[in-house]
Each structure stands twice: as structure tokens, then as C-alpha cells.
Design a protein around this ligand. Structure first.
Ligand SMILES: NC(=O)c1ccc[n+]([C@@H]2O[C@H](COP(=O)([O-])OP(=O)(O)OC[C@H]3O[C@@H](n4cnc5c(N)ncnc54)[C@H](O)[C@@H]3O)[C@@H](O)[C@H]2O)c1
Length: 433
């Protein structure tokens, strides 16, 4: 779906006029392509406080060259920030360089976990959260600002690479926690999912189709699951991606068992993407509208997850990613059913993540898209659609591929230290921020 306003502001008269009128200035985002897989330019590595992180080996593998002038990315290691004095070093380090960060570039702040025994450290580290979100709102020109809390750079390599790449173009204002521990580095970082099987529900079109495409690009054999009515589209997608189609209504009571039967060798990646809306204000919402949405978006996610884990169908090192929504975080008029279902997904992820990792070696995370340009959002009336598109720090809608790239990062074999996270792909939406 074309964003005509973005195209208009990219022209000289468009820029002039929209600036004079004080209207949003969306920049065209730089997304991943095979020809340009890395951000072009320099990476500036700064430190606030004294850090024990061994970042250099990971940063050299981002494809960015070390340097200072007009950086494509700035990494500020603030893990050593413990009090107000070291917090002031964050200001001192970034203030002189923030203007020079390239269009569609990255500012990545690295923080430490909050120390419950030290309220000065906790205050200073939590301050990074508000700092990151505020800078994200003011930096403009398609530049993103994110915070990663970590203790070990090697354990966070997949996360750092993702956030310092064009794959995270629409991810901003996020705080991600990465645990410590051994990670399984892939033999080939360009095809990390080679030899793995990934099942994506609702993959015949829209975001699910994009997720299947990115997982296939990353080397996975993809299983494109969708309702029997969408079987022809599912086959078309599967054929294009060298995968297989599975016609199945995910709300079927035995959906988990049927998936397990269709994949006797098990699977590595399970993406709960199928979702529906049946909007009505609560006072006018019949019970079937409520239950249809709860069944597809939450009931089936709970049931199939339970069935596949109980059967051991998800191999150790497996990944579950559920697609939530900012409607589940912020709420939305007319969507009590949808908001409840998508918030329920967050509850499931947070509760299950530690147990699934301990008992099955499987990580569980959620991705919460904001306004994404799909058939779902193309159907929204023009003015509401325009408002939805602009109400975020990047002043534009996301693309299905933005959700797909974020999902692929969480599905990555080296992302075993990322669990229980809810990552918004929303251009730092003002809703529920
Ligand atoms: N588009 C957005 O802006 C947006 C924003 C936030 C969250 N999301 C979420 O992202 C996911 C994908 O959204 P989309 O915009 O691509 O929607 P879409 O309607 O284009 O695609 C959804 C797919 O799910 C399939 N599906 C529906 N019910 C199913 C069932 N019972 N069993 C199997 N498949 C079923 C549909 O046939 C369809 O192919 C959904 O969970 C949605 O709630 C979308």
C-alpha cells in the first residue's frame, strides 16, 4: 500500500510545504536487501562509566567499520552507569554526536540489569529507559534509539547484530533484556536457520506470508499453515519459498496433534501469527464475535503450544514467537475482544518463557506490531488510517517485513538468551508507550 504522503515529503516542494506547516517529516527507511545487507558507514563506540563488556569482537562482525564522522550507528555502552555522576557521562558522550548520526541510522544504548541491592545503580540504570524513549521521540530522520540490558556481549550477539542492521528499521524506543549463557552461534550467519523447520500460522498472506519469507531466506524449511479456504494461497506461498502448505483451521480442538502428525520429525520454530478482528463496542458485541477472536488469537495459541510442548514436538533449542499487537498493550476502542486476546498472548509469553526454557530448552517471546501496511489496515477509513500511520516517532506505517525481521531475530539459533520479551514493532507508537 503506497504511502503517498511519505512520497510527497520526499520531494523538494513537499518538504518545503510540510515543514512550513509543521507537519510530520517521515524519512524513507533503509531496509535490508541482499545487495545492501548492512548499514553503510561507520560505527561509533562510546562508553559511560567503566564497563566490563567485551564488545569489540561482536561490533566488528556487524559489517560497520569503526569510525567517528557521520556514523551510521552509535553504540553507547552504559553498563557501568551506577549513579548520577556516571549517568551524566551518557549526556556528555551522546550530546556532541547525536546530530551527526546518519539518516535511518541507529543509536543503541547498552545498560546493565537493575541491581536490587543498590537503589542508586537501579535509579541510574532505569534512567536509561526514559532517556532512550525520549531520545527516540526527538531524534527524527528515520533514526531509531533502543536500549539493550545485558551482562555478556557474546550472549547478545544476535540481538546487537539485529538492532545495528537495516532489519530493525521500524523498531524504536524498545527495551530488550538479554540473559547470559552459552549461545549456539550458527555456522553461517546469512542462513542461521539452515536445516531447521519453521511453522507459521496464518501464512497465506499478510504478515504471516512475510514471516515465512524471511524465515525461508534465513534457511528454514517453512510450513505455511492457513485455513482450508486459503489453501490455494498457502500452496502458492509454500511453492515460492520451497516449503510445504498445511490447510488447517488452527481453532480445531486437535490442531496441535494434527501439526505434530504432519511433522513427524518435529519442528524448531513455531510462529503464532494467525489472527482476526471482529470489531464492535462492548455494548454491541454479541458473544460469537467475542469468542471468534478469543479462540483464534488466544485459545488456539494456548492449546497448540501446550499440545506441541507436551508431545515433545518442539525440539530443544526451539523457538516460539507469538504475534501480539499494540492494541493488547494500549487498548483500542471497539476492540475489547481483540485487545483482550492480544494482552492474553503477552501473559502467556511472560508466564511460559522461564518454564519452557527450563523444561524443553525452548524460548518464548512476543512481537507486538503497531500500524503495519496490510489488507487489514488498508480497510481502515482514510483519516483514521492517516492518523494511525503518523502517530509514531518515525511518522509512517511499518511493512510486514519489519515484523518478519523481528520475528526472525527471536527465532535465531543464537537468540537462546532472549526470553519472555515483548518487542514492539511500531516505530515507537505513541499508543501504550
Ligand atoms: N496489520 C496490522 O497492522 C497488525 C497490527 C498488529 C497486530 N497484527 C497481527 O498480526 C497477525 C497477522 O495480521 P495480518 O495483518 O497479516 O492479517 P491478515 O488478515 O492479512 O492475515 C491473517 C491470516 O491468518 C489466517 N487465519 C485466520 N484465522 C485462522 C485460523 N482459524 N486458522 C488458520 N489461519 C487463520 C487468515 O486466513 C490469514 O491468512 C495477526 O495476529 C494480527 O492480529 C496485525
Amino acid at each position: 500500500m503506497a504511502d503517498r504522503y511519505l512520497n510527497f515529503t520526499a520531494t523538494a516542494p513537499g518538504r518545503f510545504l510540510t515543514r512550513r506547516l509543521g507537519l510530520p517529516q517521515p524519512a524513507e527507511l533503509r531496509r535490508w536487501s541482499p545487495e545492501r545487507p548492512a548499514l553503510d558507514g561507520a560505527l561509533l563506540h562510546l562508553t559511560a562509566g567503566s564497563s566490563a563488556l567485551d564488545l569489540a569482537p561482536v561490533l566488528t562482525r556487524t559489517g560497520l567499520r569503526p569510525g567517528g564522522a557521520d556514523p551510521a550507528a552509535v553504540v553507547l555502552d552504559a553498563t557501568g552507569v551506577r549513579d548520577l555522576d556516571t549517568l551524566a557521562e551518557v549526556h556528555a558522550a551522546l550530546r556532541p554526536v547525536v546530530r551527526s548520526v546518519a539518516t535511518s541510522g541507529r543509536v543503541l544504548v547498552l545498560g546493565a540489569p537493575l541491581d536490587p541491592a543498590d537503589h542508586h545503580q537501579s535509579a541510574a540504570q532505569q534512567a536509561l529507559d526514559g532517556f532512550t524513549r525520549s531520545l527516540g521521540k526527538e531524534i527524527g530522520r528515520g533514526r531509531t534509539v533502543n536500549l539493550v540490558r545485558l551482562t555478556d556481549a557474546a550472549a547478545a550477539e544476535s540481538t546487537l547484530r539485529f538492532l545495528l542492521s537495516p532489519k530493525s528499521a521500524y523498531v524504536s524506543g524498545q527495551v530488550v533484556e538479554v540473559g547470559a549463557g552459552e549461545v549456539a552461534a550458527p555456522a553461517d550467519w546469512d542462513r542461521p536457520l539452515a536445516g531447521r523447520t519453521a511453522l507459521v500460522t496464518g501464512a497465506a498472506r499478510g504478515i504471516g506470508e512475510a514471516v515465512a519469507g524471511v524465515l525461508a531466506r534465513d534457511g528454514a524449511h517453512v510450513v505455511v499453515l492457513d485455513v482450508p479456504a486459503a489453501e490455494a494461497d498457502a500452496h502458492r506461498v509454500a511453492e515460492r519459498l520451497g516449503g510445504t502448505a498445511l490447510a488447517l483451521d488452527i481453532t480445531a480442538a486437535d490442531a496441535g496433534e494434527r501439526i505434530a502428525a504432519a511433522l513427524p520429525d518435529g519442528l524448531d520454530v513455531l510462529i503464532h501469527n494467525a489472527g482476526v478482528t471482529r470489531d464492535r463496542r462492548l455494548a454491541n458485541m454479541p458473544a460469537e464475535r467475542w469468542s471468534q477472536v478469543l479462540e483464534v488469537n488466544l485459545g488456539s495459541v494456548l492449546r497448540t503450544t501446550d499440545a506441541l510442548l507436551a508431545k515433545g514436538a518442539l525440539r530443544s533449542g526451539g523457538r516460539i514467537v507469538a504475534i501480539s499487537s499494540i492494541a493488547g498493550l494500549a487498548g483500542n476502542a471497539g476492540q475489547t475482544n481483540y485487545g483482550a486476546s492480544k494482552a492474553g498472548v503477552v501473559g502467556l509469553v511472560r508466564s511460559l518463557a522461564p518454564r519452557a526454557l527450563a523444561e524443553h530448552g525452548v524460548t518464548v517471546n512476543a512481537v507486538a506490531p503497531g500500524f503495519v501496511e496490510t489488507r487489514m489496515t488498508a480497510a481502515i477509513p482514510l483519516f483514521i488510517r492517516e492518523a494511525g500511520r503518523r502517530m509514531n516517532s518515525l511518522a509512517q506505517g511499518g511493512q510486514p517485513v519489519d515484523v518478519a525481521e523481528t520475528t526472525a531475530w527471536l527465532a535465531h539459533p543464537a537468540s537462546g538468551t532472549v526470553g519472555g520479551q515483548v518487542v514492539r514493532v511500531c516505530g515507537q507508537s505513541l499508543l501504550g508507550a
